[in-house]
Write a protein that binds this ligand. Sequence first.
Ligand SMILES: Nc1ncnc2c1ncn2[C@@H]1O[C@H](COP(=O)(O)OP(=O)(O)OP(=O)(O)O)[C@@H](O)[C@H]1O
Ligand SMILES: [Mg+2]
Length: 434
Amino acid sequence: MGMKNHEIVPLALIENIAKLRRGGVFKVVQSLLKKKLIAHINKQVDGYSLTYSGYDVLAIHTFIKRGLIKQIGNMLGTGKESDIYLCKGPNDEDFVLKLARLGRTSFRAVKTKRDYLKGRSKHNWLYLSRLSAIKEYTFMESLYKTQIPTPQPISHNRHAILMSLIQGYPLINVSSIKHPGKVLNDCVNLSIKLVELGLVHCDFNQFNLLVTDDEDVFVIDFPQMVSVDHFNGEELYEKDIVCLNEFFANRFGVFCENIPKLKDLKVLRHVDAEIKASGYLKENLKDYEIEELDQVIESAKREDDDEEMDSGSGEEPAEELKEEEEKEKEKGVEETKELNIINSESLEEKIPHEDQEDSENSSDESGSQDEDLNANPQITDQNKTKTKTKAEKTPENSSDLKQKISNKLKKNRQKREKVRTNRNKVKGQMSLNF
Ligand SMILES: Nc1ncnc2c1ncn2[C@@H]1O[C@H](COP(=O)(O)OP(=O)(O)OP(=O)(O)O)[C@@H](O)[C@H]1O
Ligand SMILES: [Mg+2]
């Protein structure tokens, strides 16, 4: 409570708010310090501030009080901006808890290099993490209502979001797909659908696109989303699509030609403006707060691009995948593979075989993709796009793309290695201590 107005809360204020005797407060503070739920800071002011673990406990406690969760399970993932946990609802439903962690990794650099927070004591990372979660939850709610395939938003508190679990795998962990053309097509059409809603995802990549066993695609991770009217909207949209296209070409051997330009797409709604006008989740965030959050996220992304060279976009197939691909090329095998997951635990998991008729059809890639194009009736005809397989590429396109990809891969290899090492370090350090 004290942190609403103070980044560092003096003991006297804690005593006042807690309405406990001095000795009582001291004992509680010592116990919280021991559990690392608060930290003692003794710089300009002597006092205490919540740690991320402390903030987590408060948010989780709120979800438990609301009767939404009864158990926290394993960590599902850790990103630059969040930690993701599996959890159980009261009736054993599988939920996902996303805890925003702004400032943890590269965001630190943003804070030191471009000090947005200077002189504004209440704008600390916990506060910005809360704004980020509010923004993500609000966008998720709107998109879910508009039938964009996202997780179902369940609840929000502080820096935490509770949502449904998508029974799928991030594309980055998928080594082969039975109908890669259809999946790429669905992804591109999904990004077009977002543009139709006035939005550019800005991180529309293999880390944030989940594919299910039935090869349905879901999109996650919205804090960095911007309006199509953003001064850089065109570039951000193009970067999303080009990088995703490269990933598909590289890993699954399909790419999408005729990617529509942002300016050629018809915007049907301005969800971003609607959300802003409604005051973000009845939290009545001020314009400057939203702007500040966007600035921090944006500049962190820019920094990541500089420092990590699109760790996501310049996807390089794992060695074993390359070998597998080579072998298949030699055999002249067409791309009608099942969905394989690159994950030691899930290597055995595969999508069920489709019936004979289906697999026969799938060997005729171009035919089946034409059918796929009509699979999503929500995409306006005008905005629809078309995917091509490697076999259909013109030699010119093919060599251009290959050159582009190989240059990018070369550049990214070392940087990605560095990012992975850093992430693993962070993962090793993070655990819920309560
Ligand atoms: N609702 C969900 N269902 C299933 N898996 C999920 C869900 N939400 C997140 N994940 C998993 O957690 C990972 C990280 O989630 P998310 O992208 O939202 O976090 P992030 O911190 O923004 O990550 P990054 O910064 O790496 O993009 C995802 O790649 C996905 O594997
Ligand atoms: Mg992500």
